[in-house]
Design a protein around this ligand. Sequence first.
Ligand SMILES: Cc1ncc(C[n+]2csc(CCOP(=O)(O)OP(=O)(O)O)c2C)c(N)n1
Ligand SMILES: [Mg+2]
Length: 645
Amino acid sequence: MKNYTNLANCIRFLSIEAVEKAKSGHPGMPMGMADIATVLFHDFLTHNPKDPEWILKDRFVLSNGHGSMLLYSLLYLTGYKKMTLQQIKNFRQLGSITAGHPEYEPDAGIEITTGPLGQGISNGVGMALALKKLAAEQKLKRTPKVYVFCGDGCLMEGISQEAISLAGHLKLDNLILVYDNNKISIDGSTDLSFSDNTNLRFKSVNWNVFSGDGHNHKNIRDLFKKSQKSNKPNLLNFKTTIGFGSPNKSAKASSHGSPLGADEIILTKKKLDWKEAPFHIPAALLKEWRQSSNRNLKIYAQSKQSIKNIKGLKNFSTEVIKLFDAVSSEFKDFNSPQATRKSSEAVLHFINSNIPIFGGSADLTGSNNTKGKQMEIVNHKNFKAQYIHYGVREHGMAAIMNGIASTKLYKTYSGTFLSFADYMKPSLRLAALMNIDPIQVFTHDSIGLGEDGPTHQPIEQLNMLRLIPNSFVFRPCDMMETIACWKAALLIDNAPSFICLSRQNLPQISNKRINISNFKGAYTIYESSKINHITIIATGSEVSLAVEVANLLKEVKIEAKVVSMPCTSLFDSQKNSFKNKLLQSKLSQIFVIEAGSTMYWNKYTNQENIFGIDEFGASAPAKDVFNKYGLTPKRISSTIRKRIK
Ligand SMILES: Cc1ncc(C[n+]2csc(CCOP(=O)(O)OP(=O)(O)O)c2C)c(N)n1
Ligand SMILES: [Mg+2]
């Protein structure tokens, strides 16, 4: 059998030296997983470093992202052009692609951003799902595989259970999870906090489970081989030694997250019989690494034909524009009161199987109204389908969607209640950070949901979402605005969108005013006169309330214009001249009405001009809850009247 030891040592010493030079980082994991990674990249992973974005390659996810130097070493050694030796030397420095934790850089071979533990496992599930769909649609002979590395920490995180449970249910047989079972985490031995029987845990959710020695190359090969042909997802549980090769720090938490130190590096080199200067890889070893992927060249060449037929998201925006021309003309005269979640469903009914979309809901399909009538349900016999029943797994769902979105093969959206956005937040943030474009449909978007009470009534969630950089929160007020928001969200391809929708019926008020083909996030929806004393900004269900307020104010000779602002970030990105003109009024007074926390709105006006809710809601019929918080036309108009005398 081949001797992989020195190939693995290339990874070890690149990692050790990069961490040493940066004076920070995590050497232990790359040292411990180097043997497994070598066998995988050398003999199994189907990839082509010359074409990092080859659609039909296998995906590699480093869920234990603190071991980022393992990934950067592999990319450099196998010959990814962007991953130069200079990048390795610039580990953790400003402007490098070798960040402390891997940051999504598909053309460099970094397929997903990881670091918050557990996310990568779920991202891998999403990738595996997207690739199963692609394989089913294209009748591919070979379904690309997804290899995910994870550590003890990823398996302790709750999100991992949501993801592995769904993966087992869907029988994602192209998924291979490689567990770095080193029994060490930051606080010390995992005996302190972790006594799961991991193999039984995975077996119980319908996975194949294999155990082995993560430093025995033959054993590693055998397990990878066994996982190649399977009808279930696979766990390869490898016993490993963190910091392998370091005489004083191996098997200890001290190797996890700090440089080994100059003296220990000398001892480690001695122990592993490595005589090279820092960052120097002997030519013969580098050559062998660089040639290791040549075994894939044939399959790469053969895949050209299949790739021609894969349209992915290439024509997506053209399709969306066409679709929305049809949707808009269908509903332009629509005039019945309707909840915006129902309006959203009406949009989704137009989506047919030609549109590359993956929808779903976390067990609230009938409440979120997320399933278009033409959509089939994904199961292990029907991966061509468009709709995923995620089960009650919000966090897993959001991270799985990031995995789907990262492939750029499908647009993906899902549904749950807005109050449960908190369950998904870590993954939403990562989507924004990665510049990927999942869409979350969040229904029951205010106290307007009524009797389910304060546990279900979102208060600070709208603003929590708005505070995520590079994200778009949409909160439409009626059918036509819902159409505009869906269209905008589908066309955004570099940021996540959150479409927040009402449970309760709302009147149709935007038809005459909204410009769907040139939607700027806000517009004047109502003016009581040509010259207005004040401006009232409102969103979603409070827009019609604002119009009622304006009508009451008119009775006392205060003229008001109502600006509907379904997307603040889209509005904020417009030219100042547009923004100033839209908000301008004779008295330069701006008021805001939104049934949620007030704090975000201070950027448009003074605190006392904001009508919102800064405490938890109440269990009661919606009307009574709006009343309790003074969000009624009468109360608001009389307060405004007092304010401006
Ligand atoms: C969600 C989350 N919580 C905490 C951390 C901080 N953290 C980074 S690594 C780590 C320990 C992980 O242990 P393990 O996965 O076993 O890694 P090993 O030490 O074996 O490399 C922790 C707590 C994190 N990155 N993400
Ligand atoms: Mg560990």
